[in-house]
Design a binder for this molecule. Structure first.
Ligand code: HSE
Length: 454
């Protein structure tokens, strides 16, 4: 089947569409035709009637820039393809550029050229927006065009527009989310099937969730870029991806998963944005989350974002955070919105990112921790350990002792102490860690993980 021009549609009055909506079509230049781009192209071509009816004018795919234009692509007209992305974005007859090539260069230069030529932009590029979003938004404002990017955070889930528009009159207190499907899949497999990290990663790669080089996902870079975008929107201030505190999930062991279960928790890689007295705290790290917290039940490669707003209360957004069709759905929503704005000769909602609130150092953040150490099961040990916490003003909430299993036992290290501390300043907890790791009371390095949602 060839999907090309729209078949004529009749409006409810029976008039042909062209008579209701005179004028030239809005023309789209698509950058990239991979997993997402091919789905965007398919939807523009196959849904042309509905899109025309929703926009009020037909929307035409004018060109697709790819690295290999001669490669055969089923169901997409070959004559749309070009290798010359620079010329496509500089064409005067292009109204909207959709960028789904990813990466920072040449995406940045292509988007800036498109804006300078008066095109509106739809992009799914989180890495680019986290690094250069504010230059791009400023250029768009200066040229009176739109930049929409719903697909850049959490795939199909509407979260950018709720923060940018629906909640813009409220005061956001906290945004906490699972924004990387690959890591959620891996942690879910470790939890539900007892896999090791390496086994779960291999499984994710086999199913196509994880890249052959999984660094961006498992080390938290992808989630950090999304956290920067969410924090900028939630707190109306400029946050870059490089300012986000980041830890990945490569150090999580099956023992950590079992210990979490013992507390009624699961381990999730969280992106957390909140306002602290010292500034905006933006961080990505694994954390214990209660199984019955809305984020605790998110399975497989799904994403979810939990928003706490002063007036609206608690809101939960959940769904597929990646994949061709789900991500293309978010791109298409932006495309239709931008096309409608063009029809009316306006640019849409401004970003409302105007502040310069400092980013709080991780040491100043207030959170809770679970910590485990190996000790000797002897009189007075617990009180000496407790006095280390007390000397740094860190308050213990729970203490649990179990017989030590495995390495260390033969040298007389006979017990594991697992403690949860009340909310504390991170730098005070770090001081406890340093003292414990140097103490003859403790074997080896303490293991710790932050606790959220309790
Ligand atoms: N690799 C990402 C994920 C999707 O696993 O969620 C694109 O951001």
């Amino acid at each position: 089947m060839t999907l090309t021009s729209p078949r004529p549609v009749s409006a409810p009055s029976g008039l042909p569409q062209e008579q209701l909506h005179p004028g030239t079509p809005l023309r789209v230049g698509l950058l990239g035709c991979g997993v997402v781009g091919s789905q965007v192209a398919r939807m523009i071509l196959s849904r042309s009637d509905d899109i025309c009816a929703r926009v009020g004018r037909s929307v035409e795919l004018a060109g697709i820039a790819v690295a290999h234009p001669d490669r055969p692509r089923a169901r997409l007209p070959q004559d749309l393809f070009t290798a010359d992305a620079e010329s496509l974005v500089a064409r005067d007859d292009i109204d909207i550029v959709v960028e789904v090539i990813g990466g920072i260069h040449p995406a940045y230069e292509l988007i800036m050229t498109a804006i300078e030529h008066g095109s509106s932009v739809v992009t799914a590029n989180k890495a680019l927006l986290a690094a250069h979003g504010h230059e791009i938004y400023a250029a768009a404002d200066a040229h009176g065009v739109d930049v929409y990017y719903e697909a850049a955070v959490a795939g199909a889930i509407p979260i950018v527009r709720p923060l940018r528009e629906s909640l813009v009159g409220d005061e956001i207190r906290r945004v906490m989310g699972i924004v990387n499907g690959t890591t959620n899949y891996i942690l879910d497999k470790m939890t539900s099937e007892g896999m090791s990290f390496d086994q779960a990663l291999a499984d994710a790669q086999r199913l196509g969730f994880a890249e052959s080089d999984p660094t961006a996902d498992v080390e938290g870079f992808d989630a950090a870029a999304k956290a920067a975008i969410l924090a900028s929107l939630a707190f109306h201030t400029r946050i870059r991806g490089s300012q986000v505190y980041r830890e990945g999930i490569t150090g999580i062991t099956p023992e950590d998963i079992t210990a979490a279960r013992g507390m009624g928790c699961v381990i999730k890689l969280l992106a957390i944005c909140e306002m602290e007295p010292e500034g905006v705290s933006v961080r990505v790290h694994p954390a214990l989350v209660p199984e019955d917290h809305p984020l605790g039940g998110i399975r497989g490669a799904n994403n979810a974002i939990f928003v706490e707003a002063r007036e609206a209360g608690h809101l939960m957004f959940m769904g597929p955070g990646a994949g061709g069709s789900p991500t293309a759905s978010a791109v298409m929503g932006d495309l239709v919105t931008v096309a409608r704005n063009r029809m009316r000769g306006v640019a849409g909602q401004p970003q409302a990112i105007y502040g310069d609130v400092p980013v709080a150092d991780i040491g100043t953040v207030h959170t809770r921790f679970q910590l485990s150490i190996q000790v000797r099961d002897q009189p007075g040990i617990l009180s000496q350990v407790a006095s280390i916490f007390a000397s740094h003003g860190v308050s213990l909430q729970t203490v649990q002792q179990s017989a030590l299993e495995g390495a260390g036992k033969e040298d007389g290290w006979s017990a594991t102490l697992r403690m949860v501390v009340h909310q504390t300043r991170e730098s005070d907890f770090e001081a406890c860690l340093v003292e414990l790791s140097q103490s003859p009371l403790v074997n080896g390095e303490p293991r710790f993980i932050r606790v959220e949602g309790m």
